[in-house]
Design a protein around this ligand. Structure first.
Ligand code: SF4
Ligand code: SF4
Length: 488
């Protein structure tokens, strides 16, 4: 008998490949937007009207998940697709077969909620960047510069390797047990109107649907799949010879291609609309700042009070402490007071000299010691904040009337040097932040998000975008530099 080609799986895998090629950062993008929504809610300043244009990805995906279920997971997500393809190769090519006991599987699925709770309660709430190097998403996102990324995210790569090995043996290993985003979607999708129905009285004893379910759901004992674990992959529908499992919306049978097409159209259509809205916002801002002067060199002019200041940064480990001396308004010396940096020796001697030589903290990181180099720059920046007459602050009482109106240019150092911004101050407030030039391969998301956050909070102390920490920090550094020229 000729085996029927699973049409839906071919369409699904083609969709996954398209998303993988064109929006490889989709997982990190949605996850970082979720973090922003969480932060806004925790801080009590969530405003859907303001948040909509730059949080559109997460908002669309969450709405879609509530109505139609986890199409994001089954069809769009980069991480999910990679899990699928690893398993497909191991299963079809190397015939690796491994089944997790149903009871153990259902218990292991709770781990992802613990991961989510830990990330939200410990990492997001504290705003700590300590765990950045442990992030498998940062490691995954840094694959375009693998040698640098391996050094910077060693722990993240180890976790990534563990996930890849897991995916060889267990289909959707990461999605089933570890994914914090999957945990959110699992809860949200409980409310969906689109479900798989599977009348048990029409079933045989084959359990083909259960044995082929990507997420290990025990379909054999259900009339309808209400589980939040279902990712709408439709393997159960295609594998059944009796055509027993069927897609249904509000109990009415539908062709599964219909909700799939709706999900793809809704996501791509609304996402494009969001991009246009963001671009229009940016264009409006550019128009408002073009005719105002810019100043590139004054960051090297005298702008600090003489004295010695201590600053703290985070290199490979926290609490990297420096002492910065200002003489005649210039950075005269940078001393490393204490640091727990195993590979820091070269960075300790090179980076302070570069900072003094260029009178800027936007210097090149030492190869092989990127985190330590950045930690030193961060600590020196921290010290210099105190040396400035005043700086951007989270204290609302000091947000008023401290900048001269005008447009100022600032330089920062993200993943690469020379990240240039133009900041417009109006009525003593940060009115716009434009990225003038940046050589940041994965900078799209922070370039959209960070300027808006800075304007909304009137401070450069905002949360970095997950998976693009360096670019986010570079933008904040550049805005700080520009604002130092706007001081009254
Ligand atoms: S569970 Fe997580 S990794 Fe898996 S597809 Fe969903 S969002 Fe992506
Ligand atoms: S129940 Fe069906 S559609 Fe849902 S995950 Fe399992 S195989 Fe895929």
């Amino acid at each position: 008998m000729i085996k029927k080609i699973p049409k839906l799986q071919i369409i699904r895998h083609i969709t996954q490949i398209i998303f993988l090629i064109f929006i490889p950062e989709l997982f990190t993008l949605v996850f970082s937007q979720l973090k922003e929504i969480y932060s806004m809610i925790v801080k009590g300043n969530f405003n859907i009207g303001e948040a909509w244009p730059h949080l559109i990805g997460a908002i669309i995906i969450m709405t879609l998940t509530i109505i139609l279920g986890r199409f994001f997971c089954g069809w769009f997500c980069t991480f999910g697709a990679v899990n699928d393809f690893i398993y497909l190769v191991s299963h079809k090519l190397f015939k690796i077969k491994f089944r997790v006991n149903e009871e153990i599987d259902s218990k292991l699925k709770y781990i992802k909620y613990v991961v989510l709770l830990f990330i939200a309660a410990v990492i997001w709430t504290s705003g700590s960047s300590y765990f950045d190097s442990y992030s498998p998403w940062n490691a995954f996102a840094g694959m375009d510069n693998i040698s640098g990324a391996v050094v910077q995210y060693t722990a993240g790569f180890i976790i990534l390797a563990f996930i890849a090995i897991g995916a060889i043996f267990i289909e959707r290993f990461f999605c089933r047990y570890l994914c914090p985003l999957g945990a959110v979607f699992s809860v949200l999708s409980k409310l969906r109107i689109f479900k798989i129905s599977k009348p048990t009285d029409e079933c045989g004893n084959c359990r083909l649907c259960t044995n082929n379910c990507s997420m290990g759901i025990g379909l054999y004992k259900m009339e309808k799949v209400s589980s939040g674990e279902c990712i709408n992959c439709f393997k159960c529908i295609e594998v059944c010879h009796r055509k027993n499992p069927q897609a249904s919306i509000l109990n009415e049978r539908v062709n599964p291609l219909f909700p799939s097409a709706v999900a793809i159209a809704a996501f791509t259509g609304l996402n494009s609309l969001g991009s246009v809205m963001s671009k229009n916002n940016s264009a409006a801002h550019v128009g408002s700042t073009n005719n105002i002067s810019a100043d590139n060199n004054s960051s090297k002019e005298d702008k600090y009070k003489d004295g010695t200041y201590t600053g703290i940064g985070h290199g490979k480990n926290p609490d990297l402490k420096v002492s910065v001396t200002i003489k005649d308004g210039k950075i005269a010396s940078v001393e490393i007071v204490s640091a727990n940096e195993p590979k820091g020796k070269e960075a300790f001697s090179v980076v302070p000299k570069e900072i003094i030589g260029s009178q800027s903290t936007s210097v090149d990181a030492v190869t092989g010691a990127t985190l330590t180099s950045k930690g030193i720059m961060e600590a020196v920046n921290d010290a210099l904040k105190q040396a400035k007459i005043s700086n951007v602050s989270t204290d609302s009482s000091s947000k008023e009337n401290k900048y001269k109106d005008g447009t100022y240019t600032g330089i920062g150092h993200g993943k690469n040097p020379d990240l240039k911004v133009s900041v417009t101050v109006k009525d003593s407030k940060i009115a716009s932040v434009e990225i003038v030039s940046a050589n940041e391969p994965k900078g799209k998301e922070p370039i959209n998000v960070i300027p808006k956050e800075i304007i909304a909070a009137q401070t450069t102390s905002v949360d970095a975008v997950t998976g693009a920490t360096l670019t986010s920090k570079g933008i904040m550094m550049a805005v700080n530099d520009a604002l130092s020229k706007a001081q009254k």
